[in-house]
Design a protein around this ligand. Structure first.
Ligand code: ADP
Ligand code: MG
Length: 402
């Protein structure tokens, strides 16, 4: 689960980390008032969306307006807020459709001496959290990693203890920090790692982490993602969820107990088991297709879930064919076939449907599908299924009705 920058900064402040003074504004007048409350002479007006790249992003309706902007007066804060609120910000991370800005963060403008990069995330190779820093903050970190990997510093984090002072000191020296900034790093970095561990984050990124003219370390940006599986331990975090930032279909799926991730392709997939769903997507790609989604209906899917799953898959206009791949282990194939047929009637299928069933009671299930008289293509194995759904897609796209 992701949260907004202003929420992340609030949580950080509660964890004892100093953040820049800021005010949240929902209208242009509130933005002007916020400027006055902060006391000037400089403030920054920042669009709150669940995506980065805002500084370089521009609004669809106001092509000159950046998503983060420096202002020198209440009037300027107000004018910028008017061009931002209610409008759609497009950044490198939002995709072309962009995201609507409904909230602004008005923050004190800081005297920036250096911009560093900081992130804590889970390294799957070492199975531990890792702190990543770079002297090249504020820029595209992927580019720094690709072109000058020696500028990316890493320290493995002891998940039980947190970040040791000597590790923070090491990082500070490698980043070339001096005097008070070293002491600031010795305090700030362990605190930040502690926040990551205590909140069950999967990622916490501060870009830029600035060194101010007087040697303080201040997080100017904060992007935090939480591990969904641990959210039950953090009621205060769950309350910060902003559903308007999430894909509608993903919210519906979560409500129905389905694991669903929307993707860019045009072949809808309904599969039981995450591993099977992954291999189904791989096979679709291997045979020249592109999956429209990842969807795991789980081990014991019922008619309601299968119906909702179909309905979610078909609500995506990109979907031009559907592949059902079910292994009847815990679940009997004939139960799945019943669910499929009922869902088929309820939804009214308009795109080709390929079904591969295997396992317990598969013969009965195949017979039910064949006898149903519905336009369902049966497949015998995974490769057969992937080939058939890719072929069905070709047929449906070349047919004059489409
Ligand atoms: P994004 O990463 O989405 O572009 P940031 O919060 O990193 O958004 O802001 C973009 C840039 O704006 C920063 O790299 C920094 O140079 C500048 N900036 C952001 N907040 C402040 C601030 N409080 N004071 C001065 N400059 C700021
Ligand atoms: Mg940033």
């Amino acid at each position: 689960m992701k949260i907004h920058e202003f929420q992340a900064k609030r949580l950080l402040a509660e964890a004892g980390v100093s953040v820049p003074r800021h005010v949240v504004a929902k209208s242009a007048d509130e933005a002007a008032q916020a400027f006055d409350d902060l006391g000037g002479p400089l403030a920054v007006v920042k669009s709150q969306i669940h995506a980065g790249g805002r500084g370089k992003g521009r609004f669809k309706e106001e092509p000159e307006q950046p998503g983060v902007t420096l202002v020198k007066s209440a009037d300027e804060a107000k004018a910028n807020a008017e061009r931002m609120l209610g409008n759609t910000l497009v950044t490198i991370q939002t995709g072309e459709e962009g995201k609507q800005v409904n909230t602004l963060l008005v923050e004190q403008g800081l005297d920036i001496a250096r911009e560093l990069y900081l992130a804590v995330l889970v390294d799957r190779e070492t199975k531990s959290p890792v702190i990543i820093m770079s002297s090249e903050g504020g820029m595209d970190i992927e580019e720094v990693a690709a072109k000058t990997p020696e500028k990316i510093l890493q320290e493995k984090v002891d998940a039980g203890y947190g970040l040791h002072t000597f590790q923070a000191t090491n990082l500070a020296f490698q980043l070339g920090l001096e005097g008070p900034a070293i002491r600031a790093a010795q305090k700030f970095l362990p605190q930040f790692v502690r926040f990551f561990l205590d909140s069950d984050c999967s990622m916490a990124e501060v870009n830029p982490l600035v060194v101010t003219g007087d040697g303080q370390l201040v997080p100017l940006d904060a992007k935090v993602t939480f591990d969904d599986n641990a959210l039950f331990r953090h009621k205060n975090v769950t309350e910060l969820r902003d559903l308007s930032e999430e894909e509608d279909s993903e919210v519906r799926a979560a409500d129905a107990g389905l694991s669903y991730v929307k993707l860019e392709g045009n072949i809808g997939c309904l599969v039981n088991g995450a591993g099977l769903a992954m291999s189904t997507m791989d096979l679709i790609k291997l045979h020249g297709g592109e999956p429209a989604n990842f969807l795991d209906v789980g081990g014991g899917a019922n008619v309601e879930q299968v119906t909702e799953a179909f309905s979610i898959i078909l609500s995506d206009d990109n979907v031009k064919a559907v592949l059902v791949n079910i292994f009847g282990g815990i679940m009997r194939c004939d139960t799945i076939a019943t669910a499929l047929l009922e869902a088929y009637d309820k939804i009214g299928f308009s795109v080709p449907l390929v079904v591969r069933l295997e396992g317990n009671k598969v013969e009965e299930a195949r017979k039910m599908l064949a006898d149903s008289g519905k336009a369902i293509t049966s497949a015998t194995d995974l490769t057969d299924a992937a080939k058939k759904v890719v072929a069905a897609l070709g047929d449906s796209q070349s047919s004059p009705q489409e």
